[in-house]
Design a binder for this molecule. Structure first.
Ligand SMILES: C[S@@+](CC[C@H](N)C(=O)[O-])C[C@H]1O[C@@H](n2cnc3c(N)ncnc32)[C@H](O)[C@@H]1O
Length: 267
């Protein structure tokens, strides 16, 4: 089980491992027309969502996270006034959201799916949809495996020729740890195992340097459930909503180009 307390350099993590400006502006355009007295929720402690909801004037802002430490740490990445009147709810999403039936007008989430083991997903997605009131929306970004996963050789050939900087280190983490053939081995991302495989593999000093540097973005000791084809997951994901608007990542320079989808799931 991943211990998010160990994710201690979130300030070095860049979009699209965090919400991109384009994703945030889509959400802002949608939220502008929502009554600011309506209760809204964030899954996880995403600083960008907390700041956006505060800036737009939402009065009832609920932040759901099992890690109070990570919540506090993310609070250091946004102005203090943002969290002054937030309601922080500690606990696991699958249990605590059950206390809020038909309550939220909007629930926001960014890359939370991988944190949930495949066998627990249906219960969580039912619980989330049940916490959304009629006419409400669940806005979520998902890393969806409906793309050809790149081989390590393809990726390492690319990174061998790239400069080493915070952008390329973030992209190395996203592509090699979250999108490569490594993921398809067990449909699980095990950061410790993946780093060991690169460290002990017959790869160049530069590639091993990239892997070492990527520890500041994705530390060891983390496990995510990713890799199963989206076609096998999407029906269960969308069955609790009447309509969906889907935006596929279309920035060709993004490490998640055509690999992530932003969903507006309408209840
Ligand atoms: C949202 S996820 C992924 C990171 C995400 N992109 C973000 O911007 O926060 C990470 C956050 O979710 C929290 N978290 C992960 N699994 C959880 C669960 N089952 N219940 C409640 N919080 C969880 C972690 O403590 C962490 O704060």
């Amino acid at each position: 089980m991943s211990n998010w307390e160990n994710m201690d350099q979130w300030y070095a993590v860049l979009p699209p491992s965090r919400p991109t400006s384009k994703e945030l502006s889509r959400i802002e355009d949608f939220l502008r027309n929502i009554d600011k007295n309506e209760p809204v929720a964030v899954l996880g402690s995403t600083p960008e969502f907390r700041e956006l909801l505060f800036r737009l004037g939402f009065k009832q802002r609920f932040i759901f996270d099992k890690s109070p430490d990570f919540y506090k740490r993310m609070g250091q990445l946004i102005p203090h006034s943002v969290q002054s009147d937030e309601q922080f709810i500690k606990g696991d999403w699958s249990s605590i959201l059950k206390d809020y039936p038909h309550f939220f007008r909007v629930v926001l989430s960014d890359l939370t799916m991988g944190n949930i083991p495949y066998e627990d997903r249906d219960d969580l997605y039912y619980t989330i949809s049940n916490a959304v009131k009629k006419g409400g929306v669940f806005i979520d970004k998902v890393l969806a495996f409906d793309f050809r996963v790149p081989t390590l050789d393809e990726l390492f050939d690319k990174y061998e020729r790239l400069p080493i900087n915070l952008r390329t280190i973030n992209d190395f983490s996203s592509e090699v740890l979250f999108c490569s053939e490594l993921v398809k081995k067990k449909n699980i991302i095990d950061s410790t195992e993946f780093y060991k495989c690169i460290r002990e593999g017959n790869y160049s000093e530069k590639i091993k340097f990239f892997a070492d540097a990527a520890h500041m973005i994705t530390p060891e000791g983390f496990v995510w459930s990713y890799g199963i084809e989206w076609s096998e997951l999407e029906d269960d994901y969308k069955k609790y909503y009447v309509t969906q608007k889907i935006f596929v990542e279309d920035d060709a320079n993004s490490p998640y180009y055509l690999r992530t989808k932003q969903f507006f799931n309408f209840k």
